[in-house]
Design a protein around this ligand. Structure first.
Ligand code: FAD
Ligand code: NAD
Length: 479
């Protein structure tokens, strides 16, 4: 007889594994199937995020930043060191240990919550059953009342620069270099390009980023993007906008990259090339033919605001569906679906999903950018506060950037908060909470913030919305 569950999650990335745990907490009999395979042939739960994305990239960002600061900044603090040397192998080992401790943690969480973790491929069949193909084992059909598709995404390949797994690589490859490339090319100056470009720049590479668009970071607030481009260029990232790569060829242990910029043909030679031009949903293998689950032209599984697909009792979450490809967005969808399955009311507030770029300075935002509000014709007022006037940022030797708050001109409701500066990733949490509760800029201005903290910059930016910042000269008069 077929093994039977209340719900089967296909995919154990941050969308699937989080949803599976919540569903089990809700009293359901849950299975979660995952086919992730590491380079050493081992399997691991956690998906892209834990194995090849968020976690390993943040581990290397931290190590490379410390290396950079030890070399460039300690002297400013009055700390003299001998020669600061790089042990890349040790850095990579640390990264691998962090990853494996977290992925084995998921296994333990599955056990503790009673989730049946299954290693192998899962596929929805037209019958509504799930075909499970364990590695080296016999194919099995599993039954479930509900199925949640959480197969995630994969890097978009570029025909002009095909991956070869060693010299022309995707983001996973770029996390695993065994030596620092003397010259590194990156196609795409998006989130991955900037984060991984920063890692290798700090460790000594000359980094050239070739970006197709004429505008740098168009999703970020226009002032933040301008400040970011200035800071990154100062750090030595060579960001070239409006570049169309026409060919990348490996020869003589180098990659020869040809690109067009306007009417000009240019060539660069690099030791390694990272292609980071976006990710695409992995929807093909998860659906057998005839399943009646609608997929759009770009491969995203079509869902409503509750992640229901076109077929009853089939749901889809995470990178596989519309919206930003972010781990926390997928996790929230997983939790929502798990709660809906037991009749609880649940939703994801897509308007308050924060975005973060873990460069130095970090960039984080929630809500609308100034240019989006202008385009939509929403009347707004803005207040900003620079970290150069924040005591804690100065003590941290990280006084670059600012906090900018956009509030509705009439109601004062916060519409967007944009941070470029030290640990912006953590500072944005307060803004998310404020927006979740539809707070006004005045609410934030009336909230007591500890001194000296970076969060005082958020407080001051809220005061500045009405021309009342204390530690900066206000551009506008207090109303
Ligand atoms: P995934 O994490 O891709 O997981 C899907 C899982 O399903 C995988 O394990 C896959 O093997 C499995 N699977 C697929 N098909 C099948 C099948 N048929 N049968 C069984 N299993 C299957 N996001 C952030 O929020 N913050 C960050 O800092 C961040 N950094 C990133 C850095 C990099 C370098 C990259 C590449 C991505 C980063 N992301 C970050 C994005 C984040 O990793 C994704 O948004 C997130 O992992 C998506 O979660 P998911 O569960 O939808 O899919
Ligand atoms: P992205 O969309 O952030 O950036 C891709 C960049 O490549 C864009 O600027 C795009 O204009 C450019 N591009 C596209 N085609 C090109 C071409 N032919 N030539 C040159 N440039 C080209 O995508 P990504 O950086 O690959 O990241 C993929 C996903 O992973 C993103 O959706 C992101 O949300 C997620 N991610 C998130 C984080 C984070 O939250 N900190 C970190 C890494 C990745």
């Amino acid at each position: 007889m077929a093994r039977s569950f209340d719900v089967i999650f296909i995919g154990a990335g941050p969308a699937g594994y989080v949803g599976a745990i919540r569903a089990a907490q809700n009293g359901l009999k849950v299975a979660c199937i995952d086919s992730w395979k590491n380079r050493d042939g081992s399997n691991a739960f956690g998906g892209t995020c834990l194995n090849a994305g968020c976690i390993p990239s943040k581990a290397l960002l931290e190590s490379s930043e410390l290396y950079h600061r030890a070399r460039e900044e300690f002297a400013v603090h009055g700390i003299r060191t001998g020669e600061v040397a790089l042990d890349l192998a040790a850095m990579q080992t640390r990264k691998a240990k962090i990853v494996s401790s977290l992925t084995s943690g998921i296994k333990a969480l599955f056990q503790a919550n009673g989730v049946t973790g299954l290693v192998g491929r899962g596929r929805l069949l037209p019958s509504g059953k799930v075909e499970y193909t364990p590695e080296g084992g016999a194919v099995e059909e599993l039954e479930a009342k509900d199925v949640v598709l959480a197969g995630g995404s994969e890097p978009v390949p570029l025909a002009a620069a095909p991956f070869d797994g060693s010299t022309i690589v995707d983001s996973w490859g770029a996390l695993d270099f065994e030596a620092v490339p003397k010259r590194l090319g990156v196609i795409g100056a998006g989130v991955i390009g900037l984060e991984l470009g920063s890692v290798w720049r700090r460790l000594g590479s000359e980094v050239v980023l070739l970006e197709a668009l004429e505008t740098f970071l168009p999703a970020a607030d226009v002032q933040v993007a301008k400040e970011a481009e200035r800071q990154f260029t100062r750090q030595g990232l060579d960001i070239r906008l409006g570049c169309k790569v026409t060919e990348a060829k490996v020869g003589g242990r180098k990659v020869h990259v040809r690109y067009r910029k306007g009417a000009k043909e240019e060539t660069i030679e690099v030791d390694r090339l990272v292609v980071a031009v976006g990710r695409r949903p992995r929807s093909r293998e998860i659906l057998a033919e005839g399943t009646d689950v609608r997929v759009d032209a770009r491969g995203f599984v079509e869902v409503d605001e509750h992640c229901r697909t076109s077929r009853a009792h089939v749901w889809a979450i995470g990178d596989l569906v519309r919206g930003p490809m972010l781990a926390h967005k997928g996790s929230e969808e997983g939790v929502m679906v798990a709660d809906l399955l037991v009749g609880r009311s649940a939703e994801v507030n897509y308007a308050t999903v924060p975005s973060v770029i873990y460069t130095a300075p970090e960039i984080a935002w929630v809500g609308k950018s100034q240019q989006a509000l202008e385009q939509e014709g929403v009347p707004f007022k803005a207040g900003s506060f620079p970290f150069s006037a924040n005591g804690r940022a100065k003590a941290l030797e990280a006084a670059q950037g600012f906090v900018k708050i956009l509030a509705h001109a009439e109601t004062d409701e916060i519409l967007g908060v944009h941070v470029i500066g030290p640990v912006a990733s953590e500072l944005v949490a307060e803004a998310v909470l404020a927006m979740e509760f539809q707070a006004s800029a005045e609410d934030l201005a009336l909230t007591v913030h500890a001194h000296p903290t970076l969060s005082e910059a958020t407080h001051e930016a809220a005061l500045a919305v009405d021309g009342r910042a204390i530690h900066a000269i206000n551009k506008k008069k207090a109303g």
